[in-house]
Design a protein around this ligand. Structure first.
Ligand SMILES: [Zn+2]
Length: 357
């Protein structure tokens, strides 16, 4: 049996392996003790192996996310040590020569490329990272006015990228003229490729990079767009903490005082659309955070606070989508994509009204 971190997003360090038990020492490149991990196992056909982490809060309530191709994922459903959330057990079928395991259902670059190819959308370059990689982006529609959709300001927060794809699917079906929808699926692209958690990186992560001391070219480019006055509104899609409390529900950060008209409109419609669709994860609006409450602070340097006053509609949707969610609303790839599709539908009228002006 071989365990490797040599694939985009992979990041563990193995300490020892004995009697079909594997101890993972740490998830490398996880500044601030964050919980993201991903690794690949080959040559374990027919074995039952228990994987154990040195810390709790590493495995979700449905077990590990499992994949054979980094595109299609399922939950291992390991119920072991659920309380400590520090282990999972997997039985490898005789034909399972290569299996990827991760904290959550990673949205990979291959998935993005498949989506773009099957819809004849060109892959473009947003900017170059500090390490010289090209940051992928794509656009749908034409116009001077922009609607901006971003995910992975925090590299490991894949759930948002599923919503981004669903949003793009809605956009392909119908869209108002004169608006260009610009998608940046992997804002911290270096972090995504290198397997960083990203969140809490020192001296600060991508979402804390807004303001005067900008460290990352991707954020600099996003600020440039915000300052251009061309952005109608933006959607910044994240994942919350591991699980528990409001982290088990999709939720939105409300806008500034007296500026929640668009939020109310979109939120109400999104609730209705997802409630009536058994193939979508549901959003209830009940966990949305008031402006100025909890960590929805007014003075924090972040994407939302930078964009909000600079967008034409003063509308910035920071949406958090859970890694696992609850049993009756569990995170599945298709259902998360549909949740994003409904977010687009919920905002469609706002786009159309703005396009008419
Ligand atoms: Zn985040």
């Amino acid at each position: 049996m071989e365990i490797s971190n040599k694939f985009p997003g992979g990041n563990i360090e193995l300490i020892c392996e004995k009697d079909n038990e594997v101890f993972i020492e740490r998830e490398i490149r996880n500044d601030g003790g964050y919980f993201y991990w991903a690794f690949c196992v080959t040559g374990a056909q027919g074995k039952t192996v228990r994987f154990r982490f040195p810390h709790s809060t590493r495995v979700g309530r449905f077990g590990a996310a499992v994949s054979h191709d980094l595109k299609s994922w399922f939950w291992s459903n390991s119920k072991e040590l659920v309380e400590k959330k520090d282990a999972f057990t997997y039985t490898f079928a005789p034909d399972e020569t290569r299996v990827y395991f991760a904290h959550n259902m990673v949205y990979s670059e291959e998935m993005l490329c498949d989506f773009l190819q099957s819809n004849n959308i060109a892959l473009e370059t947003f900017t170059q990272t500090k390490k010289g990689r090209n940051v992928p982006c794509f656009s749908i529609g034409e116009g001077d006015t922009l609607v901006l959709i971003t995910s992975r300001h925090h590299a490991c927060e894949s759930t948002g990228t599923y919503l981004l794809q669903g949003f793009a699917q809605g956009c392909l079906e119908k869209r108002p003229s004169g608006i260009k929808f610009l998608f940046v699926p992997f804002v911290d692209y270096d972090g995504v490729v290198d397997g960083d958690a990203g969140k809490g990186r020192l001296p600060h992560d991508h979402n804390r990079d807004y303001g005067e001391t900008v460290l990352y070219p991707e954020t600099a480019k996003l600020q440039e767009l915000a300052d251009s006055g061309r952005v109608l509104m933006n959607f910044d899609l994240h994942s919350p903490h591991h699980d528990g409390w409001i982290n088990d529900y999709p939720y939105i950060m409300k806008f500034a005082e007296g500026e929640n008209e668009i939020y109310e409109k979109v939120s109400k419609k999104w609730i209705r659309l997802t409630k009536n669709d058994a193939n979508s994860m549901t959003y209830t609006g009940e966990q949305d955070i008031e402006h100025g409450a909890k960590w929805n602070e007014t003075t924090l340097p972040c994407n939302k606070n930078y964009f909000l006053p600079r967008t034409k509609l003063h509308a910035c949707f920071l949406v958090e989508t859970p890694y696992f969610a609850l049993e009756d609303n569990r995170f599945e790839q298709d259902k998360a994509i549909t949740l994003g599709y409904h977010l687009y539908e919920a905002a469609y009228e706002v786009f159309c009204d703005a396009a008419k002006r």
